[in-house]
Ligand binder design. Structure first.
Ligand SMILES: Nc1ccn([C@H]2C[C@H](O)[C@@H](COP(=O)(O)OP(=O)(O)OP(=O)(O)O)O2)c(=O)n1
Length: 154
């Protein structure tokens, strides 16, 4: 390890290793989402899906929130009893389980988009603002390599 960048990477990796017991390969986050469809594309499609079925009457904020929580429960069941799972899932998930995971993550995302629509929250803008807020709350120089709650730092 000679450069500063390598040094930081090493510290991050070791930090993850120490907490999760996973190796460097198992904590490799290199991954990119597709650029299409956009959030706006999905948002429009979901609104159409709902209108075509005359389901606006059911897609109220409270109902959508309950549906979202239900889907989070279904997502959790997939991981239940598996113990720690590496980033990328490794050999912990077979093809069928991976497909199931894709479906449950999608259900959660779909209801999150619908709930945001029903609450008229501009989700990408809100997330961007929240990330900025998190940066202020968790400054790198205070939090580097530690995962404590913000009020536990001095
Ligand atoms: N009133 C509804 C019912 C369903 N959906 C959409 C959003 C979810 O993506 C999916 C949820 O469908 P199900 O309630 O059938 O749940 P699952 O797909 O999880 O099926 P199961 O409960 O059998 O696992 O369909 C919706 O928008 N509004």
């Amino acid at each position: 390890m000679c450069s500063n960048k390598e040094n930081i990477l090493d510290q991050v990796t070791n930090g993850i290793k120490k907490d999760s017991g996973l190796s460097e390969a198992e904590t490799n986050f290199e991954f990119k989402f597709s650029s299409q469809p956009t959030l706006e594309n999905l948002s429009e499609e979901l609104l159409d899906f709902c209108k075509q079925r005359n389901w606006q009457q059911y897609h109220t904020p409270r109902n959508l929130l309950l549906a979202l929580v239900g889907e989070v429960g279904e997502l959790s069941e997939i991981f239940q009893w598996k113990g720690e799972v590496p980033v990328g899932l490794g050999s912990s998930f077979n093809e069928k389980e991976r497909e199931h995971l894709e479906q449950e993550l999608s259900d959660v995302f779909i209801y999150l988009i619908r709930l945001s629509q029903a609450c008229k929250v501009d989700l990408p803008k809100a997330v961007e603002a929240k990330i900025e807020h998190n940066k202020q709350k968790y400054p790198v120089e205070k939090c580097f390599g530690q995962s404590k709650k913000y009020h536990e730092y001095n």
